[in-house]
Design a protein around this ligand. Structure first.
Ligand SMILES: Nc1ncnc2c1ncn2[C@@H]1O[C@H](COP(=O)(O)OP(=O)(O)O)[C@@H](O)[C@H]1O
Ligand SMILES: [Mg+2]
Length: 259
């Protein structure tokens, strides 16, 4: 059984893709069999890991008759596979709207590979669309990146509401894995204020690990590398390794059962 985590926030630019790539790579570096599913038509997780987004992709898995195992590609990192996205996925929303079970297409497909991975991460698009609903319906938990900036909490009510709707209708065991503070800038009083506000609101759900703003993290994707391979000693690398360690620690009991 894999632990499936949707990385979601309908706001763009909060660090979903950066977290998907680097958490997945850090889990794989600890030799956990990891799959990153890119369900964002922008395909930034796919290119950020140096994986070609040629067909078949998640699009053919969702819409067509392609099996996940035939679309999954090995990355150049041991223990890390990618189910790539393509721009074709833009049209998927409209194509699946009339399908029966339209919110559960991904869940059905993932059943076929559930025993192959320890962790499956799903990088969601910046919307609460059918693609995101598919991700939430397939997931055990949701990881919510929150950027340390003005209006950080804005829109989170809507996300929590959507999570509740999914829980009620499609996936009763869905829970929040954690809230992750991203792009923390220690020079800014604002970052500290946002951190306190998010901790007040979400309490224990906030990861102890905070992802600092680090330019190396924004450079790495253009080289098709996760931060641990681009600059292993950077703050960004240390932060994401710490996040993986915290996630593994929080999931000890689950991982023991799975192994
Ligand atoms: N901790 C960070 N430090 C510096 N830049 C970051 C950090 N996290 C993300 N970025 C940059 O911010 C932009 C948005 O991040 P991204 O992960 O693509 O967000 P999302 O997937 O939520 O839209 C990208 O250019 C990314 O490289
Ligand atoms: Mg993204």
């Amino acid at each position: 059984m894999s632990k499936t985590i949707a990385i979601a926030n309908q706001k763009g630019g909060v660090g979903k893709t950066t977290t998907s790539i680097n958490l997945a790579a850090s889990l794989a570096a600890s030799e956990y069999r990891t799959l990153l599913i890119d369900i964002d038509p922008q395909a930034n997780s796919t290119s950020g890991l140096g994986v070609e987004n040629n067909n078949p992709s998640i699009y053919e898995v969702l819409i067509g008759n392609v099996l996940p195992e035939d679309a999954i590609k090995a990355s150049f990192i041991p223990f890390l596979d990618v189910l790539p996205s393509t721009i074709n996925l833009v049209g998927a929303e409209i194509e699946i709207v009339d399908l029966p079970n339209r919110e559960r297409l991904l869940k059905e497909r993932l059943k076929l590979i559930d025993d192959r991975y320890d962790f499956i991460l799903i990088d969601c698009p910046p919307s609460l669309s059918l693609l995101t609903l598919n991700a939430l319906s397939s997931a055990d938990t949701v990881l919510i990146p929150v950027q340390c900036e003005y209006f950080a909490l804005e829109g989170l009510g809507q996300l929590l509401n959507t999570i509740n709707i999914v829980k009620h209708h499609f996936n009763k065991n869905l829970t929040i894995e954690g809230v992750l503070l991203t792009m923390y800038d220690s020079r800014l009083r604002l970052s500290q204020q946002v951190t306190e506000e998010v901790q007040r609101y979400f309490g224990e759900k906030v990861f102890n690990t905070i992802i600092h703003r680090n330019v190396r993290l924004s450079e790495a994707p253009s080289f098709g590398k996760p931060i641990i391979m681009y600059d292993a000693l950077s703050t960004g690398a240390r932060n994401y390794i710490a996040l993986a360690a915290e996630l593994i620690e929080r999931n000890q009991s689950y991982l023991k059962v799975a192994k």
